[in-house]
Design a protein around this ligand. Sequence first.
Ligand SMILES: [Zn+2]
Length: 249
Amino acid sequence: MKVIYHPRYEEVYSGDPAAAAGRMESILKEVSPHFEQVTPEPAAVDDISLVHSNEHIRDIQRSGLTYEVALLAAGGAIKAAELAISGEPAFGLIRPPGHHASQDHCWGFCFFNNMAISISRLRKEGKIRAAVILDIDLHFGDGTDNIFQSVPEVVYFHPEGRDRREFVDVISQFLASAKADVVAVSAGFDRHDHDWGGLLKTEDYDAIGALVKRFAQRVCRGRRYGVLEGGYNHDVLGMNVRALLEGMS
Ligand SMILES: [Zn+2]
């Protein structure tokens, strides 16, 4: 398992909680002793255009710093996807997040849809046909859902559960019948019991990661990767990311 990271992800590019000072550092402290790091390149505008309209890209360009960091985040997702296809599980420890970014608008601390861009590039290059995107963030990834609405080969799944056991069971049941050439996790950690959602324990992220690994090994030659979405309590975020990565490893 390799972790894709760039020091520019630490820049406070806006005033939202995903861009908060110290957020990335709190994760890095937990994961960097255990996982080798890979530095990404910024995504090219051509990559962003696989998913977003020119008008939307121009809107984000006007924001300057946010645009620069958002290109690097998309580049980090692309790198994670490429590693996964080459047989190396990977995690994009990136920000800003992306799952609320649709073709021509965005909200919820997102600008470009990192996950959708990475999947679309793999498809454009003919490296995959079908994909499963498992979004474990507290919030529904309307952007990812919109982007792949008319693409039956790419299945977006956002589990819900009344308690932590049911949440993990719902993922397990979904994966039991899913088919894909790669599995990708939109990894938000805001469902943790010390974050906004108040549902999952740290060990549940390990269990979810292990389900993803088993699915990948059974169905798609082990090809699996994740990218960071939400997660806002810096006191627990790092250990939750680490638990997911250990499960996926
Ligand atoms: Zn969220």
